[in-house]
Design a protein around this ligand. Structure first.
Ligand code: IMP
Length: 433
């Protein structure tokens, strides 16, 4: 006790990495339960910036880190991060990777790119890191798992079996170059040497930690509206970021999870294609993008920016069981005299709803209905507690809380670790369940 899931409540990039980093200092273990190097968590510590794609954000606090079975692992990216952290003086001795996590293979990356090219105007806008094809092979039972690197013979055999099919697809369907068995086998055998010490029974490790009263964080990647089941399909990622999957993605029972903290930006962003009701018209959208540095960590793409969408947030509270919220980047809104907040959608038949539409066509056609709140138009950098917030900023936060009866316990007011306001203090928040 306690086991806390940190989950993105929008379309990703809410600043989960920073929240996990803050709570990690009073935690004992930090786990990732899904996704792969499509994630990009940025943590700023003084002059140092850490951009993490594979490792849980807890690594920056020197905490034991788990990459759960629900993740997909690109060995080159993971090894790059392990090397980088070691170079910067961190120990990686307590990084544990589930043997049941799946490996991203070079054909997954090639097929991700080729399939997006083929889709043309209908493309999903993936990060092209091979995520979708890797999870597809997992479901097809053609995947290669981390534990396969423990046995060179099995590894080679599995690469051979997979390549026999993948090369056909690449050559005949996508008109792309095939992969050479010897080259791939040699490459993955060399990764195997480096990764072998990190492979562990992470389900047992996390269960033991919880039984021994340790504080465990489960760090979601991507977010609710990118969830394969509950997001804006097909413009979603290929795993389940929602909180319930923390149990499956690490290998513990759902009753082991004590609490879910949702992370939402004070506005909304989305990268890639797909409907986005509160997208801000230009030139205002550009102002938010510049002030919030809204460019993808992994791809460098411009993020689309929108006003806060409380319909989507209420939905995220529902499908994750969010108990408390962290509201990030509130400082970015200091630039605006008025702040539209979407409280309802107007549907095609003219009716209004505060519930996220269950049918894709209703969502595609939904128009935002805004309530406009006054802005505060002053920087938040000197606020030390929530009580120091300008009255209009406090009202904005209370408006969010009332939308679904969820308490805001953390507020982000800048990129740095110090720029965060808490309701009860970080240690109390982390240890409360
Ligand atoms: P994939 O996860 O690379 O397959 O991409 C599928 C969709 O999820 C695309 O719209 C991506 O832009 C989006 N996506 C994936 N990872 C992230 C993330 O970490 N932040 C925001 N969007 C993401």
């Amino acid at each position: 006790m306690p086991a806390t899931v940190i989950v993105g409540a929008q379309w990703g990039d809410e600043g989960k990495g920073k929240i996990v980093d803050l709570l990690a200092q009073h935690s004992d273990v930090v786990c990732r339960y899904q996704g792969g190097p499509n994630a990009g968590h940025t943590i700023v510590v003084g002059e140092e910036t850490y951009k993490i794609r594979a490792l849980p954000s807890g690594i920056v606090r020197g905490k034991p880190c788990v990459i759960g079975n629900g993740c997909v692992v690109d060995p080159e990216v993971l090894i790059g991060e392990l090397d980088e952290f070691e170079r910067r003086g961190y120990s990686t001795a307590e990084v544990y990777v589930s043997g049941n996590a799946h490996l991203i293979m070079p054909w997954h990356v090639a097929i991700d790119g080729a399939s997006e090219r083929r889709l043309g105007k209908l493309a999903i806008g993936t990060t092209r890191r091979g995520i979708g094809p890797c999870y597809a092979d997992k479901a097809m039972r053609l995947g290669i798992r981390v534990q396969d690197i423990l046995d060179p013979k099995i590894l080679r055999q599995k690469i051979e079996v997979a390549l026999a099919e993948k090369n056909l697809w690449l050559e005949r369907v996508y008109e792309s170059e095939p992969f050479d068995l010897e080259t791939v086998a040699a490459q993955y055998e060399s990764y195997a040497q480096r990764l072998r010490p990190y492979v562990a029974d992470t389900s047992l490790l996390v269960e033991d930690a919880l039984r021994n009263g340790k504080v465990v964080l489960f760090e979601g990647a991507q977010a609710t509206l990118l969830d394969l089941d509950h997001g804006t399909y097909p413009f979603v990622t290929s795993s389940n970021p929602v909180a319930a999957n923390a149990a499956t993605g690490v290998g513990i029972g759902p009753n082991r999870i004590d609490r879910v903290i949702g992370v939402a930006k004070a506005y909304v962003t989305r990268v890639g294609e797909g409907p986005f009701p509160t997208e801000i018209p230009q030139p205002q959208q550009g102002i938010v993008r510049e002030l919030g540095h809204e460019y993808g960590t992994v791809t460098g793409r411009e993020r689309r920016c929108g006003w806060l969408d409380l319909v989507a947030l209420r939905y995220a509270v529902r499908v994750n069981g969010i108990d408390q919220l962290a509201l990030t980047k509130l400082d970015v809104l200091s630039a605006f005299a008025e702040l539209p907040v979407c409280t309802r959608y107007r549907l095609r038949d003219g009716s209004e709803t505060a519930d996220f539409p269950a049918h894709q066509s209703d969502f595609h056609a939904a128009r935002p209905v805004y309530e406009t709140l006054p802005g505060w138009e002053e920087p938040l950098s000197s606020c030390a507690t929530m009580d120091d917030l300008p009255a209009a900023a406090r009202r904005y936060v209370e408006f969010v809380e009332r939308a679904r009866d969820v308490e805001v316990i953390l507020i982000g007011t800048g990129a740095d670790r110090e720029h965060v306001l808490t309701r009860y203090g970080l240690e109390a928040i982390t240890r409360a369940a």
